[in-house]
Design a protein around this ligand. Structure first.
Ligand code: H2P
Length: 834
């Protein structure tokens, strides 16, 4: 039950929507005020960039009003706080989202209209906040959105990277990375908080406190100040506004005036450069585990500042530290923030003077950990010598954590040395490594995977021994979800109107279970037509976007077949493009008459490859090379078009996802932990072509298997196939062989460039089982085509699917986390202390 304010907490005044001025005159005044006072412009001297900035600052004023109230209220009520720690927040744009949340979109559109601008153009001026790689970072953004909308007192914590996750250019078919200078123009959606800063130490040495076994003084000259930037998170239809606190290094104090005066200008700024670089860029996630020292320091800066901030806030409550777990829950988004555990221990032991057992009890009751991947190469490990050098105190704490943990294991399973070796936080390699997933697991009270199959797999693989030792209850599943605000209401206005009409109001945006009623509309011919038309309109919008970003003209009347996600071998964009090559071959074999009968198709790709991931970059080159040949083949014309949309982003996704007829989620079974774009596509009326993997499985269960096109081998078969392929040459079926032959005949340019991709299948053991799944993949495409030709049935599938997708709202996911992991309650802001 949400707590309501009581007299004992102070006096409350009512806080309602009306406190935010909504009338045109006030809004216009505030926009004009910002034009003049923030940007030195007058209404007669503006461009759309300033139209955006001034209105964004004006919206931000309104948000901040609620931000203050929310935090004041939660402090006063003594609400339990939830902290979502993530090195990635893939926020995208905020302006439109905020307008919708505050229900001020029309008002701002009118005001902008008065000064001669279209709201859409102003919205288009905003740069994406691309502080993430892919699904993991976007999930974090959806989760803070849901926490705000569902009134949980939740904050995100992250880093404020100076450069976003790179700008992808396509030059000569290749990906070329350029810096994404997203902070070049003013960012209305962050508030610098120079008053909120914490010192973070590196290197140095330890001095033992002779009187206390576990207390040390850590002395070091290398100290950086992490400074807070607050990013308000608008809650839709609620007074609550959430927050993401991002850290950046403060560098002014690191300027060495003595060196400068002595003429050593480089030396004078050396300290600043060393500090700044920590928050310059996010590390690319190509699911490899590279022991980069800079990344380790970046992670620690983040964890230390966050732990100090959480403790400082808690201590303001005046409660004893033993009550921290009742007042704070910390969720680790993957292992990247795991150093928060030893850092919390350090603060409790060395700074607060607690005894080990008490500190450990507080820590483990506060932390919980989410795993997002099973790829063994993606498991974070840090070499012991590196950790020891950079964070000597933490290395000692980790040793102790491990020692006590192993002692408890030994007690339960006496003499089982193999178990101790395999479960140890320290891997006995040369050099020794700290296994961060194990540390996160030992230091948390709950560990979860992100889809049912994934949560099962981790119990059988990486955490198998932990299940034995710590019990199965600790390991749970929390299937991912996506925000219906951004991923339906904002990105798909026409479909949203239809849903609103059927539901009766817009309440479904915060309660997705309401869309169930759509199901009643499948027999309503007129409604089905409008549903189809809405999709066609979205396809038209995407066609324009494609034209403007690639110069390629596509017809909205074709089937739009989309695969957009990070480029990675396990996600198998290669299989998709090989399928396209085979299709092209078939079309070339046909007579014109036969070709005319074919279903027209636009195959759309987008996604970034990590800069150092060569194979993934070759796949991009192959896609572009195939596109060039196919798109300029006059015989083929509109029957087949292939498009690679450059610089995939949250904003690009908002154009692409509502426009898909089918989308591909075709990872090798057992490799994609969950996937979240699969949910977004179906929620926007698209149909999935996918493997029996990740959340595809649960989507199939919810919407019914007639609504989804599954193919490929099953997760439990993968190991046997891989084993077989380690010792035997793959036997490609005719279709795959045809695709290889076409490439090898230089159809798409110099075949040598692409030979390594073919070799990975034919000589490299075909780890991702392309040769195994290709035949059923091609069959699945045929089934899709047949289904798409039956337009009525297709629309029925689309409507039914959407109506059954309530489970995949991030609101559901957050509620489950809150109830089963965080023990946190919604606290709607109802009043404020006078
Ligand atoms: C990862 C997983 C996805 C998962 C997502 C969020 C790391 O994202 O691979 O399967 O849905 O986390 O839990 P991605 O591949 O999109 O970068």
């Amino acid at each position: 039950q949400p707590k309501t304010p009581s007299k004992e907490d102070g006096e409350f005044r009512d806080y309602s929507h009306s406190e935010i001025a909504r009338d045109a005159a006030t809004i216009k005044n505030s926009v004009v005020m910002h034009l003049a006072a923030t940007f030195l412009r007058t209404p007669s001297n503006i461009d759309s960039a300033h139209a955006y900035l001034a209105s964004a600052f004006s919206v931000r004023d309104r948000l901040l009003q609620r931000w203050n109230l929310t935090n004041e209220y939660h402090d006063k009520i003594g609400a339990k706080r939830v902290y979502y720690m993530s090195l990635e927040f893939l926020i995208g744009r905020t302006f439109d989202n905020a307008l919708l949340a505050l229900q001020l979109r029309d008002e701002y559109a009118n005001v902008l209209g008065d000064v001669g601008f279209r709201l859409e153009d102003a919205i288009d001026e905003e740069r994406d906040a691309a502080l993430g790689n892919g699904g993991l970072g976007r999930l974090a953004a959806c989760y803070v959105d849901s926490m705000a909308c569902s009134n949980y007192p939740g904050w995100g914590y992250g880093l404020r990277y100076k450069y976003g996750m790179f700008q992808q250019q396509i030059i000569n078919g290749y990906q070329v990375e350029a810096p994404d200078c997203w902070l070049d123009s003013p960012n209305p959606w962050e508030l610098p908080r120079p008053d909120i800063a914490y010192p973070v130490k590196f290197y140095g040495h330890l001095v033992r406190d002779p009187e206390h076994e576990h207390r040390y003084k850590w002395e070091s000259d290398v100290v950086y100040d992490a400074m807070a930037f607050d990013v308000p998170v608008p809650g839709y239809g609620t007074n609550n506004v959430g927050n993401i606190r991002l850290w950046s290094c403060k560098t002014n104090t690191l300027f060495d005036l003595n060196k400068f005066n002595a003429g050593d200008y480089q030396g004078a700024t050396g300290g600043q450069v060393a500090a700044q670089i920590l928050t310059d860029v996010l590390y690319p996630n190509d699911n490899t585990n590279e022991g980069k020292e800079l990344r380790l320091r970046q992670e620690y800066l983040f964890c230390s500042a966050t732990m100090q901030d959480i403790l400082a806030r808690f201590k303001k409550s005046g409660k004893p530290l033993s009550e921290l777990p009742d007042m704070a829950a910390i969720q680790l988004n993957d292992t990247h923030p795991t150093l928060g555990i030893p850092e919390m221990m350090r603060l409790l032991l060395d700074e607060e003077g607690l005894k080990w057992d008490e500190a450990w009890d507080i820590t483990t009751r506060t932390f919980a950990f989410t795993n997002h991947t099973v790829l063994p190469e993606a498991m974070e490990k840090w070499p012991v010598p590196m950790l020891d050098k950079i964070l000597p105190r933490h290395m000692g704490i980790i040793y102790d954590i491990n020692l006590y943990f192993l002692q408890s294991v030994e007690k339960k399973f006496p003499g089982d040395r193999e178990l101790l070796r395999s479960i140890s936080v320290i891997e006995e390699s040369n050099p020794q490594q700290v296994r961060m997933a194990y540390l996160a697991c030992v230091g948390s009270h709950k560990v979860n995977g992100v889809a049912a199959i994934h949560s099962d797999i981790i119990k059988q693989t990486i955490f198998k021994d932990f299940v034995r030792v710590q019990g199965a209850d600790k390991f749970i599943n929390k299937t991912n979800g996506v925000s219906p605000r951004r991923w339906v209401n904002e990105c798909n206005p026409d479909m949203s109107e239809l849903i609103t009409e059927v539901v009766g109001d817009r309440s479904w945006v915060n309660d997705l279970s309401k869309i169930k009623v759509l199901e009643e509309k499948v027999d309503d011919k007129d409604f089905c037509k409008r549903w189809w038309d809405a999709k066609q309109k979205n396809k038209g919008r995407l066609a324009e976007y494609i034209l403007s970003t690639t110069g390629i003209k596509v017809s909205p009347n074709a089937l739009f077949d989309v695969q957009v996600k990070r480029i990675h071998e396990y996600k198998r964009q290669l299989m998709n493009i090989l399928g396209v090559v085979y299709r092209y071959h078939r079309l070339k074999q046909m007579t014109q008459e036969e070709r005319d009968k074919e279903l027209h198709r636009v195959v759309i790709f987008a996604g970034k490859a990590a800069a150092g991931y060569w194979v993934a970059k070759q796949v991009i080159k192959l896609i572009n090379s195939v596109a060039e040949v196919v798109n300029s083949d006059e015989e083929i014309g509109d029957v087949l078009k292939v498009v690679f949309i450059p610089d995939y982003s949250v904003t690009a996704a908002e154009y692409i996802i509502p426009a898909s007829d089918i989308s591909q989620h075709i990872s090798t079974a057992g490799t994609e932990a969950s996937g979240t774009s699969n949910m977004k596509f179906v929620l926007n009326g698209g149909i999935i072509l996918g493997t029996v993997d990740g959340a595809n499985i649960e989507i199939g269960e919810e919407i019914g298997e007639e609504q989804i096109f599954f193919f490929g081998c099953l997760a439990h078969e993968v190991e046997d196939f891989r084993h077989y392929l380690r010792f035997h040459q793959p036997k490609p079926d005719t279709a795959l062989q045809t695709a290889f032959d076409m490439i090898q005949r230089n159809t798409f340019g110099d075949a040598h460039i692409f030979q390594p991709l073919i070799d990975a299948v034919m000589r490299g053991g075909d780890v991702y089982l392309l040769s195994v799944d290709f035949p059923s993949y091609i069959e699945a495409h045929k089934a899709v085509e047949a289904a798409y030709r039956q337009r009525d049935e297709w629309v029925t599938k689309s409507i039914l699917s959407v109506s059954r997708m309530a489970k995949f709202s991030s609101d559901r996911a957050i509620q489950e986390y809150a109830e089963e992991i965080w023990n946190a309650e919604p606290v709607p802001v109802r009043g404020s202390i006078i």
